[in-house]
Design a protein around this ligand. Structure first.
Ligand code: ATP
Ligand code: MG
Length: 247
């Protein structure tokens, strides 16, 4: 048991969740490395949602509400860290889920689907009957009615190659990635430089708030967003945080 008073309580609990995911067979062992890399960047941003991230979370909510066929991609880390939260977001913006794994095995895909269903997920695309062009066979598998034909895809923690392949399919890609320098962060249309533990609930909250807005005002919000500028802001925020942390 980790005591709540531990200064790194949240970070340690997150690790427990990822380890639990590996033990349950829903998270790949490679997921541990991805989490470690994420944690390092979370430290650099001060383990809080910055201004730029919050803005990107609002834009992401607007995009998901405007979408005709939005899909939320779920991998083993997402399923271990934020399963309930991702289901809540899926309901809030009417975006079905699809399990999409980098280290894909049918067994792990099915375990994650069962895990999500046991927590109340309603709509999950479960077929693997289409391929994303430009990727090798296993990495390319998607559902023809899901990610393959989506207009907007939310990919929390996506690999750089697959993010680029989705962009090349002319989809609007929203990524959540703590590393503002990763290929995923650089290639996505909207990059949220924040921990998924904070980002997903924030997007849901914005979605509830923006639900009543007119389409034109959502479009304005989306059109005014510039991902390159927002990534530069994330890096500025890291620098500012490092400068104030100097003792
Ligand atoms: P890329 O393939 O985009 O160039 P990469 O190979 O460094 O980047 P991957 O291992 O493919 O990255 O994916 C993991 C990414 O997810 C990392 O950039 C990491 O910062 C990020 N990440 C890991 N855990 C979290 C988390 N909890 N919240 C947000 N981002 C995270
Ligand atoms: Mg990668």
């Amino acid at each position: 048991m980790i005591p709540k008073s531990h200064p790194r309580y949240e970070s340690l609990m997150t690790r427990e969740k990822i380890v639990g995911g590996v033990e349950k067979g829903i998270t790949s062992i490679h997921g541990l490395i991805a989490q470690g890399r994420g944690e390092a960047f979370d430290y650099l941003i001060g383990e809080k949602t910055g201004k730029g991230a919050l803005h990107a979370e609002k834009v992401a909510a607007a995009l998901l509400l405007l979408a005709k066929r939005p899909v939320i991609s779920v991998n083993g880390n997402v399923a271990a860290l934020v399963p309930e939260e991702i289901i809540k977001l899926s309901d809030a913006v009417n975006a079905p889920l699809e399990v999409n794994l980098f280290h894909r095995t049918e067994e792990r895909v099915n375990r994650i689907i069962q895990h999500l269903r046991s927590l109340g997920a309603k709509k999950i695309y479960t077929k693997s009957n289409a391929l994303i062009p430009g990727l090798d066979h296993e990495r390319a598998k998607v559902d023809s009615e899901g990610i393959f034909s989506a207009d907007i895809v939310l990919v929390p923690l996506e690999d750089g190659d697959r993010c680029r392949a989705l962009v090349e399919m002319r989809k609007t890609v929203i990524a959540i990635d703590l590393n503002p320098l990763s290929r995923t962060a650089q290639d996505a249309h909207v990059t949220i430089v924040d921990n998924i533990m904070r980002a997903i609930p924030n997007i849901s909250e914005f979605a509830e708030e923006l639900k009543r807005s007119k389409e034109e005002s959502l479009e304005k919000l989306v059109d005014a967003f510039n991902n390159k500028e927002n990534l530069a802001l994330a890096i500025d925020e890291i620098i500012a945080h490092l400068q104030t942390s100097q003792r």
